[in-house]
Design a binder for this molecule. Structure first.
Ligand code: SF4
Length: 181
């Protein structure tokens, strides 16, 4: 008898602090259980640079620059179920605090006059991704299947969510479990 195919899971950080990924790592011993149920594509546990066809994609962070748009669209194309993981992916979170500022002024303030920085001006290496005028939540760029709130969502919540998803159930997280701290 054929063994059931393992589901394929990918994660990525766009404009985020990697705190949501740390929370995923925080499911502790359940990581072993998770590894028994899924194969990891692009994730903190692999060195894969481009996501291939996947069943579940978890996205941390808002859309801050042109590269984020490209990576996000690649994820949407390849992931059957796409999950916005944490406040930054859902509504822009902390990076979106710059949205009420003029981006040019912001860059000049950071690179031109911040004490301790070289007076080298705003970096303009062509390899650097162009920043967007505003930070966008991911649903403004692609269709999203699930939103898992929190900053970050706790490891417990992420595990409960993934357990439901992997078992084919519609994930349901009770409100008291959602935290922003
Ligand atoms: S939601 Fe919070 S923990 Fe997650 S990437 Fe954003 S700032 Fe970091």
């Amino acid at each position: 008898m054929n063994e059931a195919r393992k589901l394929r899971l990918a994660t990525v950080s766009l404009g985020g602090c990697f705190g949501c990924h740390m929370s995923l790592m925080d499911i502790d011993e359940h990581l072993i259980e998770l590894a028994g149920k899924v194969e990891f594509d692009r994730s903190p546990l692999t060195d894969i640079k481009h996501c291939g066809p996947c069943d579940i994609g978890l996205i941390e962070g808002g859309v801050c620059n042109a590269e984020n748009v490209h990576v996000l669209r690649e994820f949407r194309t390849h992931c059957r179920t796409l999950v916005a993981l944490g406040a930054c992916a859902i509504n822009g979170g902390l990076p979106a605090q710059r949205n009420h500022l003029d981006l040019g002024q912001c860059m000049r303030a950071v690179y031109g006059s911040r004490p301790g920085m070289d007076a080298g001006g705003i970096p303009d290496d062509p390899e650097l991704p162009l920043p967007l005028d505003k930070v966008h939540p991911i649903h403004e760029v692609v269709r999203v299947d699930y939103f898992l709130p929190g900053c970050p969502p706790s490891g417990e919540v992420i595990w409960a969510f993934l357990s439901d998803l992997l078992a084919g159930r519609t994930p349901r997280i009770e409100h008291p479990a959602l935290r922003f701290d």
